[in-house]
Design a protein around this ligand. Structure first.
Ligand code: FMN
Length: 195
């Protein structure tokens, strides 16, 4: 299986970058081929622009969007790694989703998040978060992102196998962070293909 990892963090020595590397190491240990899209290092422009709007109409996406769509086309599984920001995605990831998973390529209707133009894939979110898990559950943040990302995003992507792992306590002790890094590695090792 070919696994694409989307990383959104400007610091190559960040915890998020380490999570992405551990996930990739696990996927490779399981025999998968891997590819990393490092959105900051590659200078991906997250701004939805007139070129994107015209691309929806003409069917000719801007070159940077086409490049990302080509990456997705060869992937059987896609893993997102980004720090939780304001209980949502950071700007580069949000813009990557907005621009790359475009109307006419990813989906062509708004009524049903389970109808996609894309072939079935596996999708995974590995999301470091400063907050504790009980805080996220009690205040409804976890339920909110589960709905938005599992159904509202991965559904339209056509992902048939979906998982969200919020890595709570990402600013915690070294022992805590080691456990989260191991969770990332195991997520790569056990990654299942789309059924
Ligand atoms: C702008 C900003 C917004 C943040 N918002 C949240 C948040 O809504 N919930 C949360 O649990 N942590 C939040 N955090 C904490 C980050 O998730 C945490 O710093 C990150 O997971 C640590 O990983 P890193 O070392 O790779 O940056 C925020 C941090 C920043 C800088």
């Amino acid at each position: 299986m070919h696994v694409l990892t989307i990383l959104d963090h400007p610091n190559p020595t960040s915890f998020s970058a380490a999570i992405a590397q551990r996930f990739i190491a696990g996927a490779e240990a399981a025999g998968h081929s891997t590819e990393l899209a490092d959105l900051n290092a590659e200078g991906f422009d997250p701004r939805w622009s007139m070129a994107d709007i015209e691309g929806d109409d003409s069917g000719l996406a801007p070159p940077d969007v086409l490049r990302e769509q080509t990456r997705i086309a060869r992937a059987d599984a896609v893993c997102f790694v980004f720090p939780l920001f304001w209980w949502g995605m950071p700007a580069l990831t949000k813009g990557w989703v907005d621009r790359v998973w475009s109307w006419g390529w990813a989906y062509d209707q708004l009524d049903d998040p389970e109808v996609s133009l894309q072939r079935p894939r596996t999708g995974l979110f590995l999301v470091p978060a400063g907050a504790r898990s009980d805080e996220m559950e009690d205040k409804g943040y976890l339920a909110a992102i589960e709905t938005a990302w599992m159904a509202g995003t991965f559904g339209y992507f056509g992902f048939v196998r979906r998982d969200l792992k919020v890595l709570n306590g990402s600013k915690g002790s070294a022992a805590r962070r080691d456990r989260l890094l191991d969770t990332a590695y195991q997520s790569g090792v056990t990654l299942a293909g789309p059924v």
